[in-house]
Design a protein around this ligand. Structure first.
Ligand code: PRX
Length: 632
């Protein structure tokens, strides 16, 4: 099923559009099913109602583990690299991983979990995170992984939204030279989570934690009470596999739902093709499993293809900015898949960290999560790939389940800062404000997809109407991505960024409304408005305009207060980079904040503010411009 020439790409693409059911039916033959489907696809985008591989039965872990045992049981599945470079790396072969997953699946059962139950996972980047994820899938429980940077309140909101029954966590996490008390955060979260019966705690940093009688149990004790035989639960192709929360333009994150069959086929197919993965190669994706990139391209995609995947606990700059390159050299990494923000940050250290590092094993490079600027693209190409490794700039989203628009390594001619062409099965369209398709090349528009693909979201947990309104109601009969896009003269696609109120900070998706809600929770705050602005390393930074009552002679408000509140309410990842205290915000007569103006001010482009005559009080703009000039 691997595409090896551009001609084959064109043929496969054509086939996938002319006869999608036949195309995906054939791709799906490369996976292991307990029972075949009677229909490849039924769909409508109005409700929406999308079903792939209807009637088929499977378990994704049989595809990711069992089916490799006979021929590749001793192949490394996961190579774990600790935060601490002095610590030995740990290799789990497919056999070992299978054994651990089955054992932990039995632990879950022993603690009352069963098919369909939602399970929250809040574990650092250690092999047990992948084991926990796969153990849920093994018994048919739905995992909801939460990134380690979220606060107790964010965790509680997510647990309650999907009524999770069980939490799996660790005592703590290492992040560079910091230690994060995960269990303490979970303890705070669980005060407000009535649906949680059990909490399984992994020992990792060995910090003292409090264990609540009857609720909390140790991972290490539990695994002693069970054996390693666990038959995989038979799942319907359309049964839920996982929920992953992501930010939108409203204040409340939504639980994106992916299902077993279509997601598996899409993650596996795209992994194998986009990275041109060859058996025996070492693949290193630097994302965290707490995000979709980790779900699809650390866990499910690579493992479904029998690949060897490096799982790294730490950060690129600890103990020094050579860390990625040391890992590449040590494990002879063939494919490195990372984010533009990491590339830009490492680029900032110059060439010193690269000196003496052997990067000759690298064959393919990948980028994900945000637009990659040309400078970073060239640095990645020349300094890391030695000008020989194709860069796959992969555009996709939590909702799409897998890569959508991207070069196919060694096949598609690349172009700096372009995601290039749609993968087979993906039918992108650009539309104008009124929903009319913009045909031809050399055009800009809002990016939509007009035909279903197996990895697409099916709903947003507990609120199907929200799924419909967010993705399928803006433009009739199309999935709306929220991204702006250019199609150049060659028909190549370049993502220009979000067209809604969603920010992309270091490749992390954050809703402006979410940050505003958090800021507004602080006692002294009257109102706030948050916008993005260009940031050299993060891609986008968070700029908060906060009405300060002190300016009206009331209680004093400090930036520290605001930062603390945002960290408490959402997590450190959402902390504003800049805070400007103002006495008022630019509003229309109907009371709507004119964000367009604030965006311009945040960008420092005050010469082109556009029409301000509809503002209730235009003088407020002058005041904000003046104050912004003095902000560091
Ligand atoms: O704006 C696009 C940007 O990231 C958004 C999706 O974020 P998330 O759901 O967190 O998933 C990130 C990892 C897949 C998109 O709407 N984005 C993602 N990849 C690219 C990108 N922007 C430009 N180029 C990309 N390659």
């Amino acid at each position: 099923m691997q595409i090896t020439s551009f001609k084959q790409y064109e043929e496969d693409y054509k086939k996938s559009v002319e006869n999608p059911e036949q195309f995906w039916g054939e791709v799906a033959q490369n996976f292991q099913w307990r029972k075949p489907w009677f229909k490849v696809l039924s769909w409508n985008f109005e409700e929406p109602n999308i079903k792939w591989f209807e009637g088929a039965k499977l378990n994704i872990t049989e595809n990711c583990l069992d089916r490799h045992l006979a021929t590749n049981g001793d192949t490394p599945a996961i190579i774990w690299e600790s935060n601490n470079p002095e610590e030995e790396s740990v290799t789990y072969t497919y056999k070992m991983l299978h054994e651990r997953v089955c054992r932990f699946a039995n632990v879950l059962k022993r603690n009352g979990a069963k098919k369909g139950d939602r399970i929250c996972i809040y574990i650092p980047m250690v092999p047990e995170l992948a084991i926990a994820v796969l153990a849920c899938a093994r018994i048919g429980a739905v995992h909801s992984v939460i990134f380690g940077g979220f606060s107790a309140k964010s965790i509680a909101d997510r647990i309650n939204d999907s009524q999770c029954k069980l939490v799996i966590t660790a005592d703590g996490a290492y992040r560079g030279n910091k230690q994060i008390p995960l269990k303490d955060v979970i303890d705070d979260a669980l005060i407000g989570c009535p649906t949680i019966d059990k909490c399984i705690v992994l020992t990792h940093v060995r910090t003292p934690v409090s264990m609540l009688k009857g609720r909390d149990v140790w991972w290490e004790d539990e695994v002693k009470h069970v054996n390693d035989i666990c038959e995989a639960e038979e799942m319907d192709a359309e049964d839920m596999l996982f929920i992953l929360y992501t930010s939108g333009s409203t204040g409340k994150p939504k639980g994106v739902v992916h299902t077993c069959g279509g997601y598996m086929v899409y993650a596996g197919y795209t992994f194998s093709n986009v990275f041109n993965y060859k058996p025996g190669e070492v693949y290193f994706c630097t994302a965290d499993i707490g995000w979709i990139t980790g779900h699809s391209y650390i866990v499910y995609g690579p493992l479904s293809q029998g690949a060897t995947s490096v799982l790294f606990e730490g950060i690129p700059t600890y103990p020094n900015p050579s860390r990625f390159w040391d890992i590449v050299e040590k494990h002879k990494v063939n494919t490195l898949y990372t984010a533009p923000t990491a590339i830009r940050s490492l680029m900032g250290f110059g060439e010193e960290p690269l000196k003496g590092k052997d990067l000759s094993s690298i064959r393919v490079l990948g980028s994900v999560g945000e637009p990659i600027n040309e400078e970073a693209w060239h640095w990645f190409d020349e300094k890391i790939g030695g000008g020989k490794a194709p860069i796959v700039d992969t555009w996709w989203q939590t909702e799409t389940g897998g890569i959508m628009i991207s070069p196919i390594a060694t096949v598609t001619p690349t172009k700096p800062s372009f995601a290039t062409l749609p993968l087979p099965g993906i039918q992108p369209v650009l539309v104008d404000e009124n929903g009319n398709e913009i045909k031809g090349n050399g055009v800009n528009g809002n990016l939509c997809i007009k035909f279903p693909w197996p990895g697409m979201l099916r709903t947003t947990y507990g609120d199907h109407e929200r799924c419909k309104q967010t993705y399928f109601a803006t433009y009739e009969n199309m999935y709306f991505t929220g991204d702006g896009c250019l199609r150049d003269e060659d028909g190549y696609y370049r993502i220009t960024g979000r067209v809604d109120d969603v920010l992309n900070v270091s490749g992390h998706r954050i809703g402006t409304a979410e940050v505003e809600n958090a800021i507004n929770m602080h006692a002294g705050v009257v109102e706030s408005a948050v916008v993005g602005y260009p940031h050299d390393v993060k891609g986008q930074g968070i700029y908060a305009f906060v009405i300060n009552p002190e300016m009206h002679g009331e209680a004093e408000l400090t930036k520290k207060d605001i930062l603390q509140t945002v960290t408490r309410v959402i997590g450190a990842i959402a902390k504003p980079d800049k805070i400007l205290f103002v006495s008022g915000l630019p509003k229309t007569r109907s009371g709507k904040i004119m964000r367009r103006i604030l965006r311009k001010i945040a960008e420092g482009d005050t010469a082109n503010l556009g029409d301000t005559s509809t503002l209730l009080d235009p003088s407020v703009v002058e005041e904000i411009i003046e104050a912004a000039k003095n902000l560091k």
